[in-house]
Design a protein around this ligand. Sequence first.
Ligand code: C2E
Ligand code: CA
Ligand code: CA
Ligand code: CA
Length: 278
Amino acid sequence: AKKLGRNNTQFYEPTMNEEARERLRIESALRNALERREFVLHYQPQVDLQSGRVVGMEALLRWQHPELGMVAPQRFIGLAEETGMIVEIGAWVLRTACAQARQWQDAGHGALRVAVNLSPRQFSEPQLVNAITEVLEHTGLPPACLDIELTEGLFMHDVTQAVELLHKLKSLGLALSIDDFGTGYSSFSYLRHFPIDVLKIDRSFISDINEDDEAAIVVSIIALAHNLKLRVIAEGVETETQVNYLRRHGCDEIQGYYFSRPLPVEEFEQLLRQGRDL
Ligand code: C2E
Ligand code: CA
Ligand code: CA
Ligand code: CA
């Protein structure tokens, strides 16, 4: 048994080193990514279930590295967060997404809303409110067209301070969403304390919706949102069954592969020009 244990160790050790080396490689590449313009944003449509029309989009970060190829956010967002690089990257995302939304509005595609993910680290930056104010002024995007997506990680520390900051953000006129709603253990206490406008039902609950099942949690979250006068968006919608179920239960909007994957700028534009709807 002892020998087996040692062999096990020998078996796992190289893998862990590889992982550590991979992390280092990504970390050092990440340091140059902004100035080398390796980031792009993809946009995933959000569709209104009553009208079937595209009413907004979530900006999702993509990193195209010359050697590593397309690096998925899961592989670098955490690292960017730990090293603090997310602050600068996040500022770029915000600027780029707002400028893009304004451009599409100017092209006649209506008051499209753009949703931007805010990481906990950005949330604790003292300059956050100023930075967002500046971006809105500089791009001329109507504040009501910006939707900031927050996750539970944000609220772990000082609740009083978080509430104050969220009110400041809201006073700019933008909308606040809770991302991945239902996955955190304290989701309900946000609703009591935070000036939220939108709940995004996490994909894991949406995947419960299939032919013969009731998706009790989804139905409950929709009712909860509406009782609190919040808008509700279903994430990760992949099937027609899910679309019909969500419509039948009064969900406001959907986002997911069923309608479209996140798209590069030109493809999103094409979708807008064609006026493609659900
Ligand atoms: P998220 O905010 O929950 O974003 C939704 C993720 O679900 C995206 O993954 C999207 O591509 C994926 N998705 C959308 N529809 C479907 C579907 O129908 N089925 C499935 N299976 N997946 C779907 P992505 O783009 O890989 O992003 C992963 C996460 O990385 C995001 O999760 C978000 O937490 C983070 N992220 C992405 N961009 C940014 C950013 O600019 N800033 C920050 N702080 N985080 C970001
Ligand atoms: Ca999100
Ligand atoms: Ca989400
Ligand atoms: Ca997520």
